[in-house]
Design a binder for this molecule. Structure first.
Ligand code: PEP
Ligand code: MN
Length: 339
């Protein structure tokens, strides 16, 4: 069975943008004899900043209905309130997702479950922004208990207070545990919101499929650079199709265990290289401050203290020798650069 594929822009911005994206997607799909399960587009967008584009609202639902008629794609959009569910139903839209911000609030999720009770809607339940498996599982149960036709979980990563390479921390163990609790529930990965930047999307998409996710939700836009939301993480329909076509599905991957571990290593190495680059920028700043204050580049006592703090920071003893060597290389390199 091929994976569930969901593609479309972060937000419906204008009729032209929605139609152009759908048109390009159809061309790419036809050229490759592929299909998608849902065309996605947010109509109401929950944004952190009150001045950010918050979606065009109800008007965009008619554009989405038109996509369904003209291109034969089933459409899905995000709902936060029972009223929005009613509006979707009135426009012939039968698939909705519950976003990561709504997913943190069981009262709102229950109101949505009541609004969708016994309907033929498909409900895609994103993980809450906080890494709380019970909350996510509880939300899924609310829709299952409301007898909606189909429930699908979406893993979009978890907010993390650290500045990370990825926009959201993958915490792979959480969706994997969810699958153990709900073996029949399809779980789809959303690499767009997880990564936040297109550069990591192929790597994370492949990893998700190898892990056994049932599909991928990916943002694609006819003109990502000018997208009104999530510009950095949207692919063009052509990039989307080329990437998806190049992915290997779980059962076609020889040495799956090894491939998973290598992909995890590649993730760590990517994070390490970003961190090292960040470190060098701080080193440059330190050099500037020392110079302005006529301080020497090498201050052995200072380094000794830093080193001791590192070594005491609870690192596993078996790696201590390697960590000491590594710190020494970092220090030497930093001095060279400051000089
Ligand atoms: C989205 O899919 O556009 C969205 C808002 O996602 P999330 O709720 O995962 O942030
Ligand atoms: Mn988005």
């Amino acid at each position: 069975m091929r994976p569930i594929l969901i593609a479309g822009p972060c937000a419906a911005e204008s009729k032209q943008q929605v139609m152009e994206t759908a048109e390009q997607l159809r061309e790419e799909l036809q050229a490759r004899d592929m299909s998608i399960d849902y065309f996605r587009a947010g109509v109401w967008k929950p944004r952190s900043n009150p001045d950010s584009f918050a979606g065009v609202g109800e008007e965009a639902l008619s554009w989405l209905s038109e996509v369904q008629c003209r291109y034969g794609f089933e459409v899905c959009t995000e709902v936060m309130t029972p009223r929005q569910v009613e509006l979707c139903a009135a426009h012939g839209i039968r698939a909705v997702w519950v976003g990561a911000r709504t997913s943190v609030n069981p009262t709102e999720v229950q109101q949505l479950a009541d609004a969708l009770r016994g309907t033929d809607f498909t409900v895609l339940v994103k993980n809450p922004i906080v890494p709380d498996l019970k909350l996510w599982a509880g939300n899924i149960e609310r829709f299952q208990k409301a007898d909606v036709k189909q429930v699908i979980a979406i893993h979009r990563g978890f907010a993390d207070s650290n500045e990370n390479v990825y926009r959201n921390a993958p915490c792979w163990e959480i969706p994997i545990d969810l699958k153990v609790q709900f073996p029949d529930l399809p779980i789809v990965c959303d690499p767009s919101h997880l990564c936040g930047r297109t550069q990591w999307i192929p790597q994370i998409s492949q990893l998700a499929l190898i892990y056994g996710f049932d599909g991928l939700m990916l943002e694609c836009h006819c003109d990502p650079q000018h997208a009104l939301s999530d510009a950095a993480q949207q692919l063009t329909p052509q990039q989307w199709a080329e990437m998806v076509q190049g992915l290997s599905f779980k059962n076609n991957v020889p040495n799956r265990e090894l491939v998973i571990q290598r992909a995890l290593l590649e993730n760590v190495d990517t994070q390490l290289s970003e961190l090292l680059a960040k470190r060098m920028q701080i080193v440059d700043e330190v050099a500037r401050i020392k110079k302005a204050n006529n301080l020497p580049v090498v201050q052995p006592q200072q380094w000794q203290q830093v080193r001791e703090r590192y070594l005491k920071s609870g690192q596993d003893k078996q790696y201590q020798e390697f960590i000491e060597e590594f710190l020494e290389i970092l220090h030497q390199n930093s001095i060279k650069r400051q000089q």
